[in-house]
Design a protein around this ligand. Structure first.
Ligand code: NAD
Length: 510
């Protein structure tokens, strides 16, 4: 046997216990309440995370509030220098960040690295903050009167993030918030909290003054305190729809600016003229990548007959080649985030069959390349799903792809538009006119044409419609800059120096 390079990356050493990060320091939680953080590929508890009390949240907000006073007056040059330095540091530490993501979330390392790269794009966008904050100027709107607009920071901004992108989702918001002159309190998901502490250290090394970026771990207690704290001016939330709605309503009632991105049920429409190999590849990547735990995952294939039999066959062939296992090994798909979540996702397979769907591929009992105790569920495919089945109505958030067969474009469009979610959608076709019509008629915030996961670049804004977003600002891009700043318009009159006052040597007007 020849000696080969080991294919696996060892799990990063577990931290003793996760701490908060307040005022530029690690702060051990004093709260008696803690939550376990799992390594989902091993099925073991990796570490514990403190669940902050109201006092601990208050301490983080006070630290941010104090730091805001001088950060908001720091020059744009200084702020963009910090952003550039942060960009370099995240890039240098991207493997470390990816290993932490894989250890606590379970997604495969290449996917975790991709997550860091997408987050970095927003940091790069925010490096251009001097340009992004430029206002307008109208000279001479009246005699000696000029009008101009500026954008100013808000103060303390809270970010509350979900488990499925522990690096990318906070980075949708924090680089822009900070670059615009705000101070931030991040409340990451308690399921995979460790990456947020490495991010905090990188901000510190980048030269960000202590207190401008804080991390406080916790659950509903911490979120509720952030939603009612008078010093918190804006809340950026990403998570499931019921909590997004609650955060939006509670934050707004307390006078805060809120953007709350919710859950999803993304449909991919396949017209009969589509390239079926392209569509099958896309369905498999978008349905099972990150074990389906993506808000932009495709969960419903809406196939316009007569191509459903052929498409299902090609997807089944591709699923058979997927390797499920520990994300630190060379696998295509990792475990689900917790045992409880895996069991909930798996329960939909039985529910689908009971309701009359056809289980084409059953991921239960998958042979994973990893520890037996890991939270495994293989890719699963349900055909002949209909809109009243729970497998269709509910956001499953796992590796379960449903096929709904329809008779034509109009039926496909009606189905997508009737769905309460409106995060992402895709259409696969070779007919440009059909694609153009779909982009115009579909009631969804992000649309892909022969692209299954149409996540916008950082200089556009990310966000869904309907129950996938509460509030009126999407994340990053121009909308992100607007969310983290308030506009001010100045109307100024300066009398011509020839009209009296100190004689500066200007010729007198007639
Ligand atoms: P979640 O709603 O359970 O949790 C999100 C955040 O809310 C976490 O920080 C959590 O601690 C907090 N939280 C949980 N319960 C709460 C409560 N009762 N009161 C106050 N705060 C509470 O979501 P999750 O399971 O971590 O993430 C998966 C969900 O996020 C999916 O629904 C997915 O579609 C959604 N998501 C949406 C987007 C998007 O852009 N629209 C992006 C990523 C994830």
């Amino acid at each position: 046997m020849t000696q080969t390079e080991p294919e696996t990356v060892p799990a990063p050493a577990p931290p003793q216990r996760v701490t908060h990060w307040i005022g530029g320091q690690r702060v051990a939680g004093v709260a008696e309440r803690t939550a376990p953080v799992y390594d989902p590929a091993l099925g073991t508890i990796r570490t514990e995370v403190p669940l902050a009390s109201v006092d601990e949240v208050d301490r983080a907000v006070a630290s941010a509030s104090a730091a805001f006073v001088s950060w908001r007056t720091s020059s744009l040059t200084k702020r963009s220098q910090v952003l550039f330095a942060f960009r370099e540091l995240v890039n240098q530490h991207k493997h470390e960040l990816a290993e932490l993501i894989t250890a606590e979330h379970g997604k495969v390392l290449s996917d975790a690295l991709g997550e860091v790269s997408r987050g970095l794009e927003v940091v790069e966008f925010a490096c251009g903050i001097p340009h992004l904050l430029k206002g307008g100027h109208s000279e001479g709107v009246s005699t000696n009167v000029d009008v101009y607009s500026i954008r100013q920071p808000l103060g303390v901004c809270a970010i509350i993030s979900p488990f499925n992108f522990p690096v990318m989702v906070p980075m949708w918001f924090m680089p822009i918030a900070i670059a615009a002159g705000n101070a931030v309190v991040l409340k990451p998901s308690e399921k995979d909290p460790s990456a947020s502490l490495l991010i905090a250290r990188l901000w510190e090394q980048a030269g960000l003054p202590a207190g401008v970026f804080n991390v406080v771990h916790g659950d509903k207690v911490a979120v509720d305190r952030l939603l009612e704290h008078p010093e918190v001016k804006a809340v950026s939330f990403v998570g499931s729809t019921p909590i997004a709605r609650y955060v939006y309503e509670t934050g707004a009632r307390n006078g805060k600016r809120v953007q709350a991105l919710g859950g999803a049920k993304n449909h991919m429409v396949v017209l009969p003229d589509a390239d079926l190999d392209l569509a099958a590849d896309a369905a498999v990547n978008a349905g099972f990548g990150s074990a389906g735990e993506r808000c932009m995952a495709i969960s419903v294939l809406v196939v316009v007959e007569p191509v459903a039999d052929e498409l299902v066959k090609r997807i089944r062939e591709r699923i058979a080649t997927l390797k499920v296992g520990d994300g630190r090994r060379s696998c295509d798909m990792g475990p689900l985030v917790t045992r409880e979540h895996r069991d909930r996702v798996a329960s939909y397979l039985a529910a689908g069959v009971d309701a009359g769907a056809e289980l084409v591929v059953d991921g239960r009992g998958v042979q994973a390349d990893g520890d037996e105790a890991g939270f495994w569920l293989g890719p699963s495919l349900l055909d002949r799903v209909s809109p009243e089945m729970s497998v269709y109505t509910d956001e499953i958030f796992g590796p379960v792809l449903s096929v709904v067969r329809v008779g034509g474009y109009a039926e496909a469009l009606e189905l997508v538009n009737a769905n309460p979610y409106g995060n992402g959608t895709a259409i696969f076709t070779n007919d440009g006119g059909a694609a153009r019509r779909y982009q115009n008629e579909v009631e969804v915030g992000m649309v892909g044409i022969n692209v299954p996961i149409p996540v916008p670049m950082a200089y556009y804004s990310f966000g869904g419609w309907k129950d996938s977003l509460f509030g009126d600002s999407h994340a990053h891009g121009t909308e992100g800059v607007h969310f983290f700043t308030r506009g001010k318009v100045i109307t100024s009159r300066w009398l011509d120096p020839s009209h009296g006052g100190i004689n500066l040597g200007f010729p007198e007007n007639d």
